[in-house]
Design a protein around this ligand. Structure first.
Ligand SMILES: [Zn+2]
Ligand SMILES: [Zn+2]
Ligand SMILES: [Zn+2]
Length: 144
């Protein structure tokens, strides 16, 4: 059988192996650690981004802008996506989501905004539908 030195400890190992069994354990552990580090960094930047979005939604500029849009449309839903539309706009939707680079740039652009009722807003965000939104229930009971 042909042998070669283990790249870590230089012990001779069969040609087909990458490391000797001892070094393989260490190498695997190191790879795991690097993966964990990568994941940690990713989560960290995601948290930072989420904080950025939260701060934006609480900012004075956004509150002024969204209120301006709602009163401009006379609190009427601009989406009218289907029969479930209550017609009463209570939220302002970003047509280009602020979670994207382009949407973030246009977060306060009039043309990127849409006054929507809660129902239509949920339809605009199908990924959110499964979450029970108390606003939706409230509005339905109000209308009965
Ligand atoms: Zn080795
Ligand atoms: Zn609507
Ligand atoms: Zn939205």
């Amino acid at each position: 059988m042909a042998y070669k030195p283990c790249p870590r400890c230089k012990k001779l190992i069969p040609q087909g192996m990458t490391y000797c069994p001892d070094c393989k354990l260490i190498a695997d552990r190191e790879r795991q650690e690097r993966l964990k580090e990568k994941q940690k960094r990713y989560n960290h930047s995601r948290n930072q981004r989420n904080q950025q979005y939260r701060a934006f939604y609480h900012s004075k500029a956004w509150k002024q802008m969204s209120r301006a849009r709602l009163s401009f449309t006379d609190w009427r839903c601009e989406a009218h996506l289907d029969k479930g539309c209550t017609g009463l706009a209570v939220e302002v939707h970003h047509i280009k989501p602020i979670q994207t680079v382009e949407g973030w740039e246009h977060r306060l652009d009039w043309d990127n905004l849409e006054a929507v009722c809660t129902h239509c807003h949920n339809l605009r965000h199908p990924e959110k539908l499964h979450k029970s939104d108390p606003d939706v229930i409230d509005l339905r009971t109000v209308r009965k």
